[in-house]
Design a binder for this molecule. Structure first.
Ligand code: IPE
Ligand code: IPE
Ligand code: MG
Length: 239
């Protein structure tokens, strides 16, 4: 079975999971962190090398202040409680998104997680936090425009390769598989550049209910896909 090296997940449906149980949305986000922990443990066992999780989008700031602050609090709690175990398990943490837009204490924690785990190799966990695909592309374009304006780079040196190498995800291969839970059929500004040729799997279950079995099923689904990248399947190429 072909296993994707990189699986990216849009962890959606925490609010609806909570509502269905008559609980506050925060309870759904807490249960979502638990599902994340289980997924991080399962991923390397299933042969995955890179796991990207969409935890807070550049558009999620438009939620009520109290929910935004709950989500910031949960990220801090996750890093504080789980960093030692992640490190022990050989997980390398990377963070993508606009770090400048985050509070200094959160930035510090994320920086600490990245530096402590930089040498680990069992799994790369990429946390997309204050992340938006358009924002990432715009920040990258600005960075390259500045380099050209300074005379450090020729404009024709801007290629798909050099552009990719300047994104937040530099050094991380594109995800072969993107999974979204909660039944919504959209990308919501996730990895717009990197997911150009990703296989997409949409699951009806809410994120807190996502389990190792759902992940294994998605991998089986992926293994049955025919990826053509604009070309032809081998059997259709005239001999
Ligand atoms: C995903 O769950 C978590 C974040 C976006 C932070 P939601 O909070 O979007 O849950 P629903 O979509 O409202 O059910
Ligand atoms: C996408 O979910 C963002 C995360 C999972 C972090 P949203 O709940 O924000 O997306 P929309 O609003 O349904 O498109
Ligand atoms: Mg949602």
């Amino acid at each position: 079975m072909t296993t994707p090296a990189h699986v990216a997940i849009i962890m959606d449906g925490n609010g609806r999971w909570a509502k269905a149980r008559g609980l506050p949305r925060l309870a759904g986000h807490r249960a979502g962190v638990e599902a994340l922990r289980k997924t991080v443990r399962a991923a390397p066992e299933l042969g995955i090398s890179y796991l990207t999780v969409y935890a807070f989008s550049s558009e999620n700031w438009s939620r009520p202040k109290s929910e935004v602050s709950d989500l910031m609090g949960l990220l801090k709690l996750f890093i504080r409680r789980d960093l030692a175990e992640l490190h022990q398990n050989g997980v390398r943490v990377r963070v993508i998104g606009d770090k400048e837009g985050l509070q200094p204490d959160i930035r510090g924690l994320l920086q600490e997680a990245e530096s402590l785990t930089a040498g680990n190799e069992a799994l790369t966990l990429v946390i997309a936090f204050n992340y938006g695909g358009r924002d990432e592309i715009v920040r990258t374009a600005r960075k390259l425009a500045d380099a050209v304006a300074r005379g450090d780079m020729a404009s024709d040196a801007i290629t798909a390769e050099s552009f990719a190498a300047s994104l937040d995800t530099k050094g991380i291969p594109d995800p072969e598989l993107v999974i979204r839970t909660s039944g919504e059929l959209r990308l919501s500004n996730f990895l717009l550049w990197q997911a150009a040729y990703s296989e997409l799997v949409f699951l009806p279950c809410y994120w807190p209910d996502f389990s190792r079995e759902h992940l294994a099923d998605a991998l089986r689904d992926f293994a049955g896909r025919e990826r053509r990248f604009g070309g032809l399947a081998a059997r259709d190429v005239a001999l």
